[in-house]
Design a protein. Structure first.
Length: 74
């Protein structure tokens, strides 16, 4: 059985776009810790969906800028 939205998956919230797209940084049972563009939040996997190609590009570019500016693993 595969875990939906495993670590490093690019996701978006099913109910709102206020968070922006995000990347799963931790899996804990049914919950996912997600680094969104505007927040880091713990969200139920059922409230997430795969990010569209455009959303994936947005989060990848955002993460790249943060890594260039601050270093480390984003």
């Amino acid at each position: 059985m595969t875990t939906p939205f495993g670590q490093d998956a690019f996701v978006a919230h099913t109910g709102t776009d206020v968070y922006g797209p995000g990347k799963v940084i931790e899996v804990d049972g049914d919950h996912r810790r997600v680094r969104f563009v505007h927040f880091v939040a713990t969200i139920s996997a059922g409230d997430l969906r795969d990010a569209s190609p455009e959303e994936t590009h947005v989060i990848q570019a955002w993460l790249k800028r943060k890594q260039e500016r601050y270093g480390g693993e984003w």
